[in-house]
Design a binder for this molecule. Sequence first.
Ligand code: ME8
Length: 516
Amino acid sequence: MTEKSPFYITTAISYPNGKPHIGHAYELIATDAMARYERLDGRDVFFLTGTDEHGQKMQQTARKEGVTPRELADRNSQEFKDMAVLLNASNDDFIRTTEERHHEACREIWRRMAANGDIYKGGYAGWYSVRDEAYYQEGETELRDDGVRYGPQGTPVEWVEEESYFFRLSAYQDRLLRHYEENPDFIGPAERRNEVISFVKSGLKDLSVSRTTFDWGIQVPDDPAHVMYVWVDALTNYVTATGYLTDPDGPRAKYWPANIHVIGKDIIRFHAVYWPAFLMSAGVPLPGRVFAHGFLLNKGEKMSKSLGNVVDPVNLVNHFGLDPIRYFFLREVSFGQDGSYSEEGIATRINSDLANGIGNLASRSLSMIVKNCDGKVPECGDLAEADRAMLASVDALHGITREEMDRQQIHRALSAIIAVVSEADRYFAGEAPWALKKTDPARMGTVLYVTAEVVRQIAILLQPFMPQSGARLLDLVAAPADRRDFAALGPAGRLVSGTALEAPTPVFPRYVAPEA
Ligand code: ME8
């Protein structure tokens, strides 16, 4: 056996200044699907998510709510943990930036950047968005009619003037551009890559990396009047969890550098500019890829508390069921682009692809086996051209989905799977096994065998996206527990004739909207 190669994947760590919303759920579901795909494909996966608990935004929200930042973080971090359980996320760890292991890693990365001569003391005077926890150049801001100045993400900015440490970001401009050039896959999708390259080409200024006007953060080594800029602290979480800096001989150090950071498009600059510069400075290898997904819009509109259209993932899951919701977001939204959702859209997808699609195919074919073949997987007789073509299509799916997942095209991987379900529907209808029952029972057996084999492979491949439903479909074809990963795909794992099957129960019920 060859050693499994490590694969490290992360989500952004969320601000626990409120409860998680559907955007957070979306990112976690998508990253989970990628992590599960790699695990099933034989990789040694480490999947990390967590919460980003320091900074001015947390401190301000806590003050408004009359609690300490620590209390706010404890309360909402638990909500994020609960959401991960609700969504059946397979994360191997959940990091909180208030943990001691993280403070230790941040001090270490700071010391290394300082030792490399990249940190100096100065004074910052400029614009800051607390909501984005971001510094902006005056030219990136705009004074609107309401008398408020806004940053490029549409959040208000305030003038900040204080003593601060700086990171020599300007010194990394050329090295960053060279890195993007030499590693064309470092940033995805292409729109984001272009955006980052033009931002860096427009000129990088040194970055203020500490704050002195509040104290909710990680103290700068040897200068306790300063806390680290929250993004220095936040980005470091990805290394912290591996122990690469603090426990280099530990069991997780092998996972660094991360294969991929999955984030939303609003935080690409931090991940694709600041983060690689910090790592270069600290002499730490860079992650392989930063992939930015789009934003979720409610019926085409941005979600906001003032519009009252913020959807609680818990309600959505309770209403539609977990796997249908996972499927909907992963199939409906082109990963990397913005996506819109609505109750009607979710219902339509669930019914067409799941209930009428794979669910129907499985129940029709398997119940015929149970009724007409003694409840056992029938013999597979000589294959006709149509059978061969059907099996070839399903056998090709591993390769096709593998390619799509390598480019984070989750929606395309799913659409390839569903296309084979449709093909199997046509095959089944065309071969009409019910009509063969009297005329040619052996041929009927072969058609049912081929259809059940399609169901088996589809079920294996659906597991990353719909873990519980994939497993239930595999139960229906009596797939042994150790033949459920991708090694069991293709001809090597074919259904064994004579295996006893139970009468199928529906895996994907039709969604019927409750009466108004
Ligand atoms: O940015 N649709 O935290 P966060 C899709 N703490 N994704 C969305 C979204 C939406 N409507 N709204 C937010 C932070 N997201 C930092 C990250 S990482 C070292 C620090 C995504 O709670 C967003 O793009 O504001 C980000 O990837 C994640 O949710 C957490 O956002």
